[in-house]
Write a protein that binds this ligand. Structure first.
Ligand code: ZN
Length: 236
């Protein structure tokens, strides 16, 4: 299969769904991602120089993974569900012909993310199933599926750190905490288990894409003790 992720900003793929892309890659599938905006507003000195810098950071993150991101170079902070964004997204989907598409959730916190989410799910209609990725810190997001990304967490953290202009350590911390929490929600026992969470809308003709996805974290059988419940801080 070919799996294609759409992120609004140059570091979104790494923060929100890179672990899952790497799980697909490890299973022999082709992966890629698209950066919709130019990232020109993501720093104290906004403008074209920052956009160029951030494109270089995204390329550097993709390089060791064998991925050359596709850059749509739409205005940062100004993504809207207009004809231009829709046409650009549709052109990529037609050119790449993905078997599965990942993008932000419609309930995401960032207006750019929400605009891209709508454009991608419209463009992918009848072409590929769409999987919505977790929100930052999981706010307002109700997962329907979890992917075990434990073997890929270190590579994900390294890729986030490629975005040096973004003070990336705060995003490494946030993604690590969220991915740990999602693993704990699946009753994963290992202290170092991590998961990315997703949901989908059951729409014809791709009512349930879960059969395409890499495995969830392995489930530990619960013991008899009623307090035998894993927490984010380990097993109690
Ligand atoms: Zn973003």
């Amino acid at each position: 299969m070919k799996i294609l992720g759409f992120g609004a900003h140059p570091d979104d793929a790494e923060i929100f769904f890179l672990g899952t892309l790497l799980a697909f890659k490890a299973a022999g599938h082709e992966i890629g991602w698209v950066v919709a905006s130019d990232g020109a507003k993501g720093g104290p000195n906004p403008g074209p120089a920052l956009a160029r810098l951030r494109e270089g950071e995204a390329s550097a993150a993709g390089k060791p993974l064998g991925v050359t991101p596709v850059f749509l170079r739409r205005p940062d902070g100004g993504l809207s569900e207009d004809a231009g964004l829709k046409a650009a997204v549709e052109a990529v989907i037609l050119a790449e012909a993905p078997d599965l598409v990942l993008t932000h959730a419609p309930e995401d916190y960032h207006p750019d993310h929400r605009a891209l989410s709508r454009a991608v799910s419209d463009a992918a209609s009848f072409r590929a199933p769409v999987l919505y990725v977790d929100t930052l810190n999981g706010v307002g997001f109700q997962p329907l599926y979890y992917v075990d990304i434990t073997p890929h967490m270190a590579a994900k953290q390294m890729a986030i750190r490629c975005h040096e202009s973004q003070r990336p350590e705060r995003f490494v911390t946030a993604a690590t905490a969220l991915n740990r929490l999602r693993a704990v929600q699946c009753n994963a026992v290992e202290e170092e288990a991590y998961a990315e969470a997703f949901r989908f809308e059951p729409r014809a003709p791709f009512a349930d894409p879960r059969g395409l996805l890499p495995p969830s974290p392995p489930v530990r059988p619960l013991g008899r003790r009623t307090d035998d419940v894993p927490t984010a801080f380990g097993q109690r």
